[in-house]
Design a binder for this molecule. Structure first.
Ligand code: GDP
Length: 196
């Protein structure tokens, strides 16, 4: 499994427009600005596979990247924009929970959170839905380079402890697209999901 081989396959306006539910896929989710695009670019060693810094409130698409016809990375729209109307938020939340429950090819969920602002309400909702769907979750505490080693370790311990409360398979690691800290761990975890 070579993440460098990842290429853009398609953008889907909603879950129904995703490619056929075959093979294996892993989804990436997080609040806007959590560092999701940067993490995908770091993982695939590509400068601009995933677009960084999008316009808030714009119609958001699900981007699909594939390593090959049986292995996909799903870039879910960032959430948490204050400006998005409530009805749009609720519609998206329903679609997202359905995706987590119904998608057979979905093997795991990566949830990205800024290490300085972890476990906001929507992050927690998302993790709850995943756990309810028996889906393993890996939390990436992103932008780890923004903290010095002491506070970084403290944040990891705090979130690891909080993760126990979800009562599911919820792993936690630190990550930095800038320093590449946590990249080997992320790759190892993804390899296990893609090769069960
Ligand atoms: P997205 O909205 O979740 O896709 O977030 P982006 O990947 O676009 O990143 C949001 C902002 O955080 C950008 O200004 C990035 O340069 C910055 N950023 C992302 N990852 C890191 C990181 O590991 N370290 C630092 N210092 N900044 C980062």
């Amino acid at each position: 499994l070579n993440f460098q081989q990842a290429t853009f396959l398609t953008s889907a306006p909603d879950i129904r427009a995703l490619p056929a539910d075959e093979g294996i896929e892993v989804a990436f989710a997080g609040r806007s600005n959590a560092g999701k695009s940067s993490a995908l670019n770091t993982l695939t060693r590509q400068k601009s596979l995933a677009r960084t810094s999008k316009t808030p409130g714009r119609t958001q698409l699900i981007n699909v990247f594939q390593m090959n016809d049986q292995q996909r990375l799903i870039d879910l729209p960032g959430y948490g924009f204050a400006k998005v109307p409530l009805a749009v938020k609720q519609k998206w939340q329903k679609a997202l929970s359905e995706y987590l429950i119904k998608r057979q090819s979905l093997q795991g969920l990566i949830v990205l959170m800024d290490i300085r602002h972890p476990l906001k309400d929507l992050d927690q909702d998302l993790i709850h839905w995943a756990v309810e769907s028996q889906l393993p979750v890996r939390i990436l505490l992103t932008k780890a380079d923004k903290l010095s080693p002491g506070p970084r370790k403290k944040a990891l311990l705090q979130v690891s402890e909080a993760a126990l409360a979800f009562m599911g398979d919820v792993q936690v690691q630190v990550f930095s697209s800038l320093s590449k800290q946590g990249l080997p761990e992320l790759e190892q975890a993804l390899r296990l999901w893609f090769n069960p």
